[in-house]
Write a protein that binds this ligand. Sequence first.
Ligand code: URA
Length: 240
Amino acid sequence: MALETRRLDKFLADHLQINRREVRILLARRTVSVDDKLVVDGNVLVNRFSKITLDGNVLQAIEPRYFMLHKPVGVVSATTDKQHKTVLDLLSVTDSDGLHIAGRLDLNSSGLILLTDDSRWSEALAHPDKNVAKHYRVTLKNRLDESYIDAFANGMYFPYEDIVTQPARLRIVSDYEADVWLTEGKYHQIKRMFGRFRNPVVALHRISIGAITLDNNLAPGYYRPLNPAEIESVFAAMQP
Ligand code: URA
């Protein structure tokens, strides 16, 4: 879902209902700014979040939105669903408008879900090169032992996708609980990895994604906007 871009001169012509020659004059008179920088080149690409002003008057200034939500068990990570309540149903109508989910959880998993209307941001989070770690607390039906640690670290072959999973970190928390850090998100990945030990997952909760940790003050079903440091942590991780 790449963020659509268009040329500044096309934006100005459409927005102001003027022709290309009039646009060129406006630009040459140094009246147009993009993101608070003066622009004279009509080829410059803008997107729906670019702040565009003409003589100091705002033509477009849409702030992207970012939220964290505590997904309860039984709510589906989708924007619409015929059978179940969706994570978007947990947001107010105005907040949920135009949002998409950055990283899903299974119906019977709980924990941190991120939502945004900024596809540059969600793409950065999902980019395989960025190795953004997702941290889960897993509760199992049977006892764990140390042999799980190496099996997760070495990767497991998934014949359906014909891939070996990326090295994953596993820390034993108690006889029936483990913390797992994944840098990818294959279908039912954690359940399938514990399935190799014939050890069913009875509860799966996501604690964090990269530097963003589920707020302890958010009860299941509640959400809040991300703060600037949380938003910026994802763009900072994008730097090579
Ligand atoms: N792995 C799973 O099996 N389920 C999730 O919801 C997330 C990771």
